[in-house]
Design a protein around this ligand. Structure first.
Ligand SMILES: Nc1ncnc2c1ncn2[C@@H]1O[C@H](COP(=O)(O)OP(=O)(O)OP(=O)(O)O)[C@@H](O)[C@H]1O
Length: 775
């Protein structure tokens, strides 16, 4: 029978498709894993320091996270120091200078590094080696040096091994030897150090302690520092030839018995197509050995098609992966898993599952930006080391269909989404170069993109996260009921990943662009019920308009924005204006796969389309049939949408929604800074993954010149200085495409049709990534 709490006395296993249950037998109920803080019914999650499955204890800011890590180390070692004193080993004086730098001393004594070629101690075939070791023990004893294990490092002689680089320790019961498995950074040779980045490579150190008891104490010290201990039987006991020997120690020493960590149990969802098919190699060749060393029990599922990861995440029995789901691939596969988890029947359960990321795709902006990790080895180590980083999630809701798709990185409209759609065509032929090819082609025949954008700027207090405290106690079942019911379970096929905005284009020629923008400001309609349901702050802001006192913060108000609550009278155009979708518009939805759903969307779009934007003022909620077919409860004046009445919407003074309409080269709504792995580009430099706001970048106007300048300056990180680029932190954004605008909406690499209007809004810290930020 499977015992998930049993201790890890056997070699951890990885299974494909079927979880291979270990033969763990020892009772692990007394495991004193120091990350366990609560008596929640999900013991394995405690490994990550969760206080509750819903409200995240890991709070904002890399600085805070870093310090909390240190605090934790100090606390645990303090406890352990006490026990070591009882054990009688010498502990350096508390005032020891090195103790400050290296944390608290956990154990000290003599250690010799056994430099003989490492024999795999747990390999039965090598049992004879174990007996031969005795002969050379004397020599090794002579080489023993002073050593000390602290809460941060192992120091012996003049050598130091950072515990952050240690994966696990292997120990054979009854021996003086133990092996420390690590992945320290390997510096490139001097001549090339400027050109080659240092990389982590595996290094095993085999130490010999003064005696068997000390060896156990060294190993116990590692266990207390959250290193996985792979405790194996005495090599001679496991030998068939000498199995009869009864004199050899077989039982795990009690010092180790209760200190070993529970081996984490996770599901790996691997996209075999990611990174041009290299992801399997990356996982099995590089990452899996690390997880094995760390005792992880993994079930590996390879996706067979787009959407498969979402299905798995939405249906998987969570007891088979209580410690989380590891995504191997790019940002797209993570997005699928996120959406799968958030669409589970048991929403709380879905939200509580943390996501680990092994970057193996074309672009892995999320893990690079949030955790500061961009190579698979470091990512695996971050997962092994544990900890959780809570991140905001944004939800994009299709107003007319109530479908919702969640994202962690960015949603985008205009040129970028068009390029990504086009790049799909060239996937096989050009691989990652397809973005460049598609970008170049799109640049040559650049259309005009027209949108009506309405956004609710975030106030300064919200940006600082001061209001977040209140929202922490929101009952997630209430919060999610609506949105989950509406979430897009059908899914839509992807077109491509956002991947590298930087790789999109290097245009060969330019032509002048025009600036045809129409920015207006007014107090507009409320966010939908969904938006208010999602975001308690928005809800408060919406329902209690008088509370909205803080000034909206427009970081880069390049264009004149006024909060005058008047309906601006813009130039009038007929309903047949070709710039906007009208009754005769038909959309080719076949490419989106979910034809039925999109047919519906198209119809409702047609029905509700008010005609040209210039005709009247904001149409978000003032369309015919809108309320009948898609009743979205708005807390505003009740008669706004009275049947047969003119669709004049009463302005809401308190909310300070700002409308900007006209041509846009592109619109980006970022949840974090969106660093690209391939270059130093940072798309939204002020964005934080946990600041409870979205960063809206509006690239106003149209034309190649504007586009080119934007992308060129983006390379230099100066794109926000352009006069036609507007950058503002927002709570919520509504976007409605104009007629003949290529209606694509990209979300973390998934492309969707933008039929009708969509609302992007924020779910504060509702996803947890496994690992702590190293930034
Ligand atoms: N087995 C599969 N076959 C085809 N597509 C898949 C498969 N598994 C997942 N996908 C789709 O591939 C998309 C991209 O995956 P992912 O982001 O992991 O890789 P990537 O290398 O970064 O992608 P890209 O190179 O296309 O940007 C996912 O959104 C998913 O919908």
């Amino acid at each position: 029978m499977r015992n998930t709490l049993s201790r890890n006395s056997t070699i951890p296993t990885t299974t494909t498709l079927n979880t291979n249950t270990n033969t763990n037998t020892d009772n692990h109920n007394n495991n004193n894993n120091r990350t366990l803080r609560l008596s929640s019914p999900q013991p394995s999650l405690k490994r990550f320091g969760l206080c509750s499955p819903i409200v995240f204890p890991e709070r904002r800011g890399a600085k805070l996270k870093a310090s909390s890590t240190d605090d934790h180390a100090i606390d645990t070692s303090k406890d352990f120091e006490h026990r070591i004193h009882i054990g009688g080993r010498g502990i350096p004086a508390p005032g020891d200078e090195k103790s400050d730098l290296l944390g608290y001393v956990v154990f000290s004594g003599k250690l010799a590094l056994d430099k003989r070629k490492l024999t795999t101690v747990n390999n039965n075939k090598n049992n004879s080696a174990a007996s031969q070791q005795t002969s050379s023990d004397t020599t090794i004893n002579q080489q023993a040096v002073d050593a000390k294990l602290t809460s941060k490092a192992l120091v012996w002689g003049s050598h130091l091994l950072n515990l952050d680089d240690v994966i696990s320790v292997s120990y054979n019961v009854g021996l003086r030897h133990f092996t420390v498995h690590s992945y320290p950074f390997k510096k490139p040779s001097c001549g090339f150090s400027c050109f080659i980045k240092s990389q982590r490579t595996r290094k095993d150190f085999r130490f010999v302690a003064s005696n068997f008891q000390e060896a156990v104490q060294w190993v116990a010290g590692f266990a207390d520092q959250q290193c996985f201990v792979n405790c194996l039987p005495h090599p001679l006991v496991s030998s068939k030839k000498q199995a009869s020997s009864e004199l050899l120690p077989t039982d795990t020493p009690p010092e180790l018995l209760f200190r070993c960590k529970t081996p984490p149990k996770m599901l790996v969802i691997l996209n075999p197509r990611s990174g041009r098919g290299r992801s399997s190699k990356v996982f099995h060749g590089i990452v899996e050995p690390i997880f094995k060393l760390a005792g992880f029990r993994l079930e590996v599922v390879k996706t067979t098609s787009a959407g498969h990861a979402k299905t798995i995440a939405s249906t998987v029995d969570i007891s088979t992966c209580p410690d989380g789901i590891i995504c191997v691939g790019g940002d797209g596969i993570i997005n699928e898993v996120l959406n799968g988890l958030l669409s589970r029947d048991n929403q709380k359960e879905g939200i509580s599952i943390p996501i680990g990321i092994i970057p193996a795709g074309s672009d892995n902006s999320l893990v690079w930006t949030v955790l500061g990790v961009r190579d698979p080895v470091s990512a695996a180590m971050a997962i092994v080391k544990g900890g959780l980083t809570a991140t905001d999630v944004f939800a994009v809701e299709w107003i007319q269909t109530n479908k919702v798709h969640f994202g962690l990185t960015v949603s985008y409209y205009g040129f970028v989404s068009d390029v990504l759609e086009l790049s799909e065509k060239y996937q096989k032929r050009y691989g990652p170069l397809r973005y460049f090819v598609a970008g170049f082609l799109k640049f040559l025949c650049l259309p005009q993109y027209s949108y009506e954008v309405e956004y609710l700027p975030a106030s300064k207090t919200e940006r600082g996260g001061n209001l977040s405290v209140e929202s922490e106690v929101v009952d997630m079942s209430d919060l999610y009921t609506n949105i989950m019911n509406r979430s897009n379970k059908d899914g839509l096929p992807r077109a491509s990943s956002l991947s590298s905005i930087d790789s999109i284009m290097t245009p060969s020629r330019m032509s002048g662009g025009d600036l045809d923008t129409c920015t207006s400001t007014h107090a507009s309609t409320e966010p939908s019920e969904l938006v208010r349901g999602l975001d308690p702050k928005s809800k408060r802001l919406s329902s209690g308009r008088v509370n909205v006192t803080a000034e909206p913060e427009v970081i880069h108000p390049q264009l004149p924005l006024s909060t005058t609550p008047n309906w601006p009278r813009t130039r009038s155009k007929s309903r047949n204006d070709k710039g906007w979708s009208g009754l005769t518009t038909t959309h080719d939805t076949s490419r989106w796969g979910n034809t039925a759903a999109n047919d519906r969307e198209d119809i409702s779009s047609t029905l509700s389309d008010p005609g040209p934007i210039w005709d009247a003022e904001p149409k978000w909620d003032g369309e015919a049939n809108w309320d009948v077919e898609n009743p979205i409860e708005l807390p505003g004046p009740p008669d706004d949408a009275a049947v047969g009445s003119t669709k004049e919407v009463v302005p809401r003074f308190g909310d300070k929604w700002i409308v900007s309409k006209g041509h846009f080269v592109g619109i980006l709504i970022c949840n974090h800074a969106c660093r690209t792995v391939q270059s130093s580009q940072v798309v939204a430099p002020k964005a934080e993954y946990d600041d409870n706001t979205l960063d809206l970048i509006l690239v106003h106007g149209s034309g190649r010149l504007k586009l080119l300048r934007f992308f060129l300056l983006l390379q230099m990180g100066r794109h926000l200085s352009l006069p036609y680029v507007e950058y503002v932190k927002v709570k919520s954004v509504r976007i409605k495409p104009g007629k003949h605008t290529h209606n694509g909406c990209g979300i973390d690499g998934e492309l969707f049709p933008l039929t009708g209007q969509v609302i992007s809004s924020l779910l504060q810290e509702q996803c947890r990534l496994i690992g702590r930020s190293s930034i």
